[in-house]
Design a protein around this ligand. Structure first.
Ligand code: 9UX
Length: 69
């Protein structure tokens, strides 16, 4: 299992945090996601054999937020 912190920009409230957490945890290979409004980031535990950070960022972007490298 690997761990990465990605940027999540554009979150305004706890609902955003729940939404981002949900889309990340829905990805195959994602074990856990801790999303922080204050630090505009998400710490994700994942199986590198099944998913990679670029896909995590793409899922965040798909939910309407920005996740620059
Ligand atoms: Mo809060 Mo976020 O009302 O997409 S859920 S701003």
């Amino acid at each position: 299992m690997a761990e990465v912190t990605i940027k999540v920009e554009g979150m305004s409230c706890g609902g955003c945090v729940r939404n981002v957490t949900g889309v990340l945890k829905a990805l195959p290979g994602v074990e856990d996601a801790q999303v922080s409004l204050e630090s505009a980031s998400a710490q994700v535990r994942y199986d590198p054999a099944r998913v990679e950070p670029a896909q995590l960022r793409a899922a965040v972007e798909g939910a309407g937020f920005d996740s620059p490298v």
